[in-house]
Write a protein that binds this ligand. Structure first.
Ligand code: PYC
Length: 404
C-alpha cells in the first residue's frame, strides 16, 4: 500500500555538494543538461555537477516557443542546426522519454514581391546546403494550412511561403526532464538553487567555482546560462560581445486542434503554432532595448493579437491564458558563441538570441566532445569567441530569427 503513494522521482534529489568534480556545468537548462547527458553517454565522464541558480529549465529552456528548424543561410549555421534536427529526431528514443516532437513543417510567409525574391534565394541557398526547403504558392499553403486566411482581406495578403518540411515543435519541458533523467541515470549530480558567485583560476586555468552552497574544485567549467552569460563570464574575467534582450510570448486558452504547421510572418514579427494541449502559442521578435525584466508588456499583447487575427480571424474570441518573457543573449553576428575562451578549461555556450533551444542536442554533443577530448569539434569551430578578434564573423542575420 505504501508503494502506491511513493513518489517516483525522475532524478535523484540533490545531496550535499562534493568538494570536487571533474566538470562543473553552470546552468540547468537544455544546453547544460544536454552537455552533461552527452558527457556520460558518449564519453563516460561521470564526475559532473550541473549547478542551477533556480529550478531546472527555469530559464530560456522553459521560456521559448519550442520551434525546431534548420533552414539557416550560412554553411556553418546550416550544418550545425541540421545536426541538431537529426539528434532531436532520435532523442526521444535515446532518452526513452516521449518529447512530443512533431515535425509538422515550418512556413515562413511572404507578404510582398520583395519577400518572395528573398525567400526564393533563401530556398536555393538552403538546398545547396542540403536543407529540405522550398518556395511554395498559396495553393500548397492552403493544403498545409486550410484555416489560414489567404484572401486579400489581410493588410498584407499572403503571396507564398518558404516551406521547411522537417521543421516543427517539441515539448520543451519534456526535453529538459528527459535530459535531466538521462544525465542523472549516468551519475551526473543536478543541484538546483545553487548559484555560482565566483570562478577560481590559477595561472590562466580554471580551478573551481564558488557557490551559495560552498566552494567546489574542478578541472573544467562550462557556462550554459543564456541570458545570464555575460554575468557568469564576467566572474571568469571573460568579456562577451553580447547584449541581453527580452522576447515575449503568450498562449491562448486551448481550442480544438486545427493548426498542425508552424506559421511565421517576418513582416508582422509573429509566429504561431498550436501546442499538444490545444493552446495557440504566439511569439514576437525581441524587444529592441536591453533588459533583464521578467514581466511582459501590453503593447506586445496588443500587437501580437492584431497580427495573429490578420492570419487567423477565427481566433477572435480566444482568450490569452498566460504570457511570459525570456532572456535572449544576442551576439553581433547572430551566431552563437561556443567553445573555448581565453581561460583554459572555461568553455561557453552563449550568444543564442532567440534560437538556442533548437540547438540543445548539438550543443550537448559538441561541448561534451570538447570537454572530454580537449579538441574543438569542426561543427563548432566557426563559432569560437576568438572570431570577434580575428574578424571571421558568421553572419546569420538573414535567417536567425523571425524578423529577418
Ligand atoms: O529562430 O525559429 C526561430 C525562432 C522562433 C522564435 C524565435 N526564434
Amino acid at each position: 500500500m505504501r508503494d502506491l503513494f511513493r513518489v517516483r522521482r525522475m532524478w535523484r534529489p540533490p545531496g550535499e555538494l562534493k568538494r570536487r568534480y571533474d566538470v562543473v556545468i553552470v546552468g540547468g537548462g537544455s544546453h547544460g543538461l544536454a552537455t552533461a547527458y552527452y558527457l556520460v553517454r558518449n564519453h563516460g565522464v561521470k564526475s559532473v555537477a550541473v549547478l542551477e541558480q533556480s529550478y531546472i529549465g527555469s530559464g530560456a529552456a522553459g521560456r521559448n516557443t519550442t520551434i525546431i528548424r534548420s533552414n539557416y543561410r550560412t554553411p556553418e549555421g546550416a550544418a550545425f542546426y541540421q545536426r541538431s534536427v537529426e539528434l532531436y529526431e532520435g532523442l526521444g528514443a535515446d532518452l526513452d522519454f516521449n518529447l512530443l516532437f512533431s515535425q509538422q513543417g515550418h512556413l515562413t510567409l511572404a507578404h510582398s514581391e520583395r519577400a518572395l525574391v528573398t525567400m526564393t534565394e533563401r530556398a536555393e541557398v538552403n538546398q545547396l546546403l542540403g536543407i529540405d526547403s522550398r518556395l511554395i504558392g498559396n495553393a500548397e499553403i492552403s493544403k498545409l494550412c486550410p484555416e489560414l486566411d489567404l484572401s486579400d482581406r489581410p493588410t498584407w495578403p499572403v503571396l507564398g511561403a518558404l516551406y521547411h518540411p522537417p521543421g516543427g515543435i517539441i515539448r520543451h519541458d519534456a526535453v529538459v526532464w528527459g535530459l535531466a533523467r538521462g544525465a542523472d541515470r549516468g551519475g551526473v549530480e543536478i543541484h538546483p538553487y545553487t548559484k555560482v558567485t565566483g570562478i577560481d583560476q590559477h595561472a590562466g586555468r580554471v580551478t573551481g567555482v564558488r557557490t551559495t552552497r560552498g566552494d567546489i574544485e574542478c578541472d573544467t567549467v562550462v557556462s550554459a546560462t543564456a541570458g545570464w552569460s555575460t554575468l557568469v563570464c564576467d566572474l571568469a574575467g571573460v568579456r562577451l560581445p553580447i547584449t541581453t534582450h527580452i522576447l515575449q510570448a503568450c498562449v491562448t486558452e486551448p481550442v480544438k486542434p486545427f493548426l498542425d504547421v508552424v506559421i511565421v510572418s517576418s513582416q508582422m514579427h509573429v509566429y504561431i503554432s498550436q501546442t499538444d494541449r490545444g493552446e495557440f502559442l504566439i511569439g514576437a521578435e525581441i524587444e529592441p532595448y536591453t533588459t533583464y525584466r521578467g514581466t511582459g508588456t501590453f503593447p506586445f499583447l496588443e500587437a501580437s493579437a492584431a497580427h495573429v487575427l490578420e492570419l487567423f480571424p477565427q481566433l477572435e474570441r480566444a482568450r490569452v491564458l498566460r504570457s511570459w518573457t525570456g532572456l535572449c543573449d544576442l551576439s553581433p553576428d547572430y551566431s552563437p558563441i561556443l567553445g573555448k575562451t581565453g581561460v583554459e578549461g572555461f568553455h561557453v555556450s552563449a550568444g543564442w538570441g532567440t534560437y538556442g533551444f533548437k540547438a540543445a542536442p548539438v550543443v550537448g554533443e559538441t561541448m561534451a566532445q570538447l570537454v572530454a577530448t580537449g579538441r574543438t569539434p569542426d561543427l563548432i569551430a566557426p563559432f569560437e569567441l576568438e572570431r570577434f578578434h580575428t574578424d571571421t564573423l558568421v553572419s546569420e542575420l538573414a535567417a536567425a530569427a523571425v524578423s529577418h
